[in-house]
Design a protein around this ligand. Sequence first.
Ligand code: DAH
Length: 342
Amino acid sequence: MESIVQQIAAYRQEISEYQVDGAASLEAYRIKFLGTKGIVKGLFGEMKSVPNEQKKDFGAILNEFKTFAESKYEEWKAAISATEEKGSSIDLTLPGDPMPLGSRHPISLVRNEIVSIFRRLGFSVAEGPEIEDDWHNFTALNLPENHPARDMQDTFYLNQGPDWLLRTHTSNVQVREMEKGKLPIRVVCPGRVYRNETISARAHCFFHQVEGLYIDEHVSFADLKQTLYFFVQEMFGKDVKVRFRPSYFPFTEPSAEMDISCLLCNGDGCNVCKHTGWVEILGCGMVHPQLLENSGIDSNKYTGFAFGMGIERITMLKYQINDLRLFSENDVRFLRQFNAAL
Ligand code: DAH
């Protein structure tokens, strides 16, 4: 028995020095020590050659050794599966790479809002070219060559010749929609327009408009007013006051400009409304019969209204912005503020 006990001590030493560096060496260990033909089993087989009075002590030594060999095995096994898990699976607790969310440009926010209000009234969206010919930007809108009203808009002409220009307003889309000849027409036309203006806090060489056009039988000025009242209430709230002033546009007759009570001073008078309490936000009127005829629409049967508004002006009122240049300078500190509903 003495020699077996020494043998066990040697195995114990061997196990303590055993190097397990992966599943293969662990399995080799298991087979060698714990397998059906392994060392532990073999030692138990020695039991029968041990004299009876020593069986109890020997059994205790053997059991203790077995537990030691098994616990080592479990220990290594757990260590191996822990490293495997780490290597193969994703750690969901790691903080993610930040992906900063941009924000919509205030002009886009307001354009989308304007369009969605008119959509609710059954208007759809139409778009037209920014590079336009003289006919669609001027002549078809009752602005023939040498018409004094052309001077109201400083036009960028293109090198291609006097017929090509950058549209000065979105009214060109009116003409293009009427030319399609499909009636009735009920569209809003958002887009960018260009004018040769000196850049300042109040003027820029490009800006944005939304044009509206409704042509059908029996369309009246009352329809125009009601549509625009609805728009203003949806856009600025129920408390805003509205007034129409007679005006002149070659493409509408009669024509009007619409003012709303100043949002900054509630009509009391401030710099924005030049102490009048009112701010002009759009031009409008009944489509001039000549425009209908220009596009082959029977002006005895059909009537219509049109309007055009500047998106910048409305955005400045809504967000209390006092300099037009901020819209195109792309200063992130400015743009970042508009992360409201997209
Ligand atoms: N086109 C005009 C402008 O740029 C705005 C406008 C006024 C459009 C009256 C219209 C309208 O359709 O009826 O100043």
